[in-house]
Design a protein around this ligand. Structure first.
Ligand code: NAD
Length: 465
């Protein structure tokens, strides 16, 4: 039974042409940015239909070009992200973009599954969902857009972004660049897009739009809740408060080095970054000493720590957003402390009920809490993770302790003996994701996350053994 490729593609083209009848094509100089959500949705529907009529090899070429354009424009994009949002560090944005461009999975993630047996063949394919509405955070105006675009297109979808209103310029530049790479490599215009002025109102329009098939929210609790109550398929990637637990069996110098590196990358704005250290009393002094010896951590005295806490936590007990993602030098200068340029993190000993232990601070100020033993450490770390099911880190050489914490904390990502960023593939194995879906359970999202499963059954035949 030979498949007539010409006939097949002729039929597909005809169906698509019929569906597109009467729809105005996008202007030839369209760059990915629309005036309205309605226009974006119509453009995305059209582009997605075109995408699925193209060969998979073209899809692969489009994705390769998207990766390359990020790498080619990385310096400019990273600089723009830091300047526009005033968050994070240029050199770390560079690493973030390289990570997303090179370690986001492509079409290899949607390989079909075949099962043969006495009754013939069953084929399971990962089909596109259609048009996806993606809401992205201020903390990663490039990373999340790179990761989402590659994953969603690899799965055969079109995506409309509603970037954070404070990162509009950077996100639009990112979208324009990748849009141009798509079109120049044979892909359809409008496959990725955004509106020129994203706001909470345009987010709501996208969420409620009947022709948007799936929603993906990467951000805090309110946006996750907003997409989950939309009455359509939604993926929620929410906030975390990752504890780093250190027991008495850990290689303490390595733990110190990993925590300083992990907690200070991008000034702590990654959702996966270590947000508090919990250490068994017996090794706490060594850990603190080794953290200082990295030359990148400054130990605040109790009195200095109080001043810093009063600065970064407001009267209502919330994080003062003015200091999110800022360099440690800037934060400490506000309370009269000067540290040298090599410093990346301020550390201090905190009681268990200190607000910075419980809040997602997203700045390079790290509380360290002593616990009498590993069992109490595990119990406390589970409490401070607060059921986010996001990320936890442990430094230990005791397999029983590692297993006990991993079981108890139930996080999407669990890192052993490394910086938290190893869990998103930076210096750790596995693909990267900048949409880590704890609340809805998809975990480290990838192309397959943005699909729906379709089964095709052939009764009898096609079993060749
Ligand atoms: P945010 O929740 O304020 O904003 C995220 C996006 O949602 C923005 O585009 C914003 O405009 C939109 N938004 C916010 N509230 C909304 C609502 N009620 N309805 C519709 N849209 C809404 O988050 P942020 O400050 O931009 O980013 C930081 C947060 O995101 C942190 O809590 C961090 O942990 C989290 N985050 C999570 C992941 C993950 O993969 N789990 C990745 C990055 C950041």
């Amino acid at each position: 039974m030979a498949v007539n490729q010409e006939l097949l593609s002729g039929v597909v083209q005809k169906v698509i042409a019929e569906l597109m009848k009467g729809e105005a094509p996008l202007a030839t100089d369209f760059d990915g940015i629309h005036a309205s959500v309605d226009q974006a949705v119509e453009g995305a529907i059209r582009a997605q239909r075109k995408l699925i009529s193209l060969p998979l090899t073209t899809r692969d070429e489009i994705i390769a070009a998207m990766r390359q354009t990020v790498l080619d424009n990385n310096e400019r994009l990273s600089r723009m992200a830091v300047e526009e949002t005033n968050l994070g560090r240029y050199e770390d944005k560079i690493r973030e973009n390289i990570l997303c461009a090179t370690k986001t999975l492509g079409t290899e993630d949607i390989q079909p599954v075949a099962k043969t047996g006495d009754h013939g063949l069953m084929l399971l394919e990962y089909a596109p969902v259609g048009v996806i509405g993606a809401l992205t955070p201020i903390t990663n105006p490039t990373g999340t857009i790179i990761h989402n675009s590659i994953s969603m297109i690899a799965a055969g979808n079109a995506v409309i972004f509603n970037p954070h209103p404070t990162a509009t310029k950077t996100s639009a530049s990112m979208i324009r660049l990748m849009h141009s790479a798509i079109v120049e490599n044979g892909g359809p215009a409008g496959l990725i897009s955004a509106v020129a002025q994203p706001t909470l109102d345009t987010a709501r329009e996208i969420i409620d739009h009947p022709k948007v098939n799936m929603l993906v929210a990467t951000g805090g609790k309110p946006v996750v809740k907003a997409v989950l109550s939309a009455g359509k398929k939604a993926i929620g990637a929410g906030a975390g408060n990752p504890p780093a637990l250190v027991d008495e069996t850990a290689h303490i110098r390595n733990a110190a080095d990993c925590i300083v590196s992990g907690a200070s990358i991008n000034n702590n704005i990654f959702c996966t970054c270590e947000k508090e250290v919990i250490v068994v009393d017996e090794v706490a002094d060594s850990l603190i000493k080794f953290m200082q010896e990295t030359g990148r951590a400054y130990l605040l005295s109790p009195e200095e720590a109080d001043r810093v806490a009063r600065l970064v936590v407001n009267d209502k007990g919330k994080i003062n957003i003015k200091y999110i993602g800022k360099n440690v030098q800037l934060i400490l200068k506000e309370v009269g402390i000067t540290v040298d340029e090599a410093c990346r993190l301020a550390i201090f000993e905190a009681p268990a009920d200190h607000p910075l232990v419980w809040l997602e601070q997203m700045m390079p100020i790290m509380p360290i809490v002593r616990v009498p033993n590993v069992s109490e450490g595990i119990e406390f770390a589970v409490k401070v993770e607060q059921g986010n099911r996001h990320t936890a880190i442990m430094h230990s050489t005791n397999v029983d302790n590692l297993t006990a914490f991993a079981r108890a904390v139930q996080t999407t990502i669990f890192i052993k003996n490394g910086p938290a960023y190893a869990g998103i593939g930076l210096g750790g194995e596995g693909h990267t994701a900048f949409t880590i879906a704890g609340p809805t359970g998809e975990g480290m999202t990838s192309a397959r996350t943005f699909t729906r499963q379709r089964r095709c059954t052939l009764v009898e035949g096609f079993r060749i053994i």
